[in-house]
Design a protein around this ligand. Structure first.
Ligand SMILES: [Zn+2]
Length: 244
């Protein structure tokens, strides 16, 4: 398993794409979060990659810096790839994704003979609901989720494939229990750090044991925070990081 970073910024970044990455294992690819412009992010990280090379999208929550590209991702599947996009999301993420987010722009399509019947969520998305009580498998990936402390429903995950495990905090306030869950058996943990009560202070990550920091990559830090000289390596676009 390896991780290809597409972006490491936050919602306010001036010169970085929002945080997103691709998990690759056994010839399959799982996109984690989908900010705009996702196709450009993919092409800049690896010119050989396009949306058709991705097997599924795992969406942690609906903040724009994680989900602003979902409309384009789904339209590209419908019009360009001729198939539905496989979406892994908790019901508390997938539910409002349509009714409170995409329906207004994706329901109505104009055909050559005029308006078509309204499109539905199921016309665009092949949903695989994530469940805190049970792992969900898609291709070689087995995904477990855990709710984080954030403004809106948000889910961290552990993904297992090819004999190794990756943990991702998604957006969260510092939560030692969540970190313990992420670290449990994980070969690599990707963790956010940012400002405010709904994010993890960098100081909390700096206080972790060196062994934990060595198995960690940091993402989504605010502009101006120098993570490059700290003990926890940042995830950098275009870099493929082996897991395990
Ligand atoms: Zn968020």
């Amino acid at each position: 398993m390896q991780v290809l970073c597409l972006g490491n910024g936050d919602a306010f970044s001036r010169d970085r794409y929002s945080t997103s990455f691709v998990v690759e294992a056994e010839g399959a690819r799982l996109l984690v979060d989908c900010p705009h412009p996702i196709r450009k992010m993919l092409a800049e990280a690896d010119p050989a990659l396009d949306l058709g090379h991705l097997d599924a999208l795992l969406l942690t929550h609906l903040h724009g810096d994680h989900a602003s590209g979902v409309e384009g991702w789904a339209f590209a599947h419908h019009f360009g790839l001729g198939r539905r996009g496989v979406l892994l999301a908790h019901p508390e993420v997938a539910g409002p994704l349509w009714g409170q987010h995409l329906q207004v722009t994706m329901q109505d399509l104009l055909g050559a003979d005029g308006a078509k019947p309204p499109m539905t969520f199921a016309d665009y998305f092949d949903l695989r609901p994530l469940d805190e009580a049970a792992p969900v498998t898609v291709g070689p990936f087995t995904v477990q989720v855990r709710r984080t402390r954030h403004h809106i429903p948000t889910f961290a995950f552990r993904v297992h494939a090819a004999g190794v495990t990756l943990g991702y905090s998604a957006d969260t306030a510092w939560d030692p229990a969540l970190f313990a869950w992420l670290s449990e058996g994980a070969d690599l943990v990707i963790h956010e750090t940012n400002l405010g009560p709904a994010h993890t202070p960098y100081a909390a990550l700096l206080a972790l044991p060196a062994a934990a920091q060595a198995r960690m990559r940091v993402v989504a830090w605010p502009d101006g925070l120098d993570v490059f000289s700290g003990p926890i390596r940042p995830l950098v676009p275009g870099e493929r990081v082996p897991v395990g």
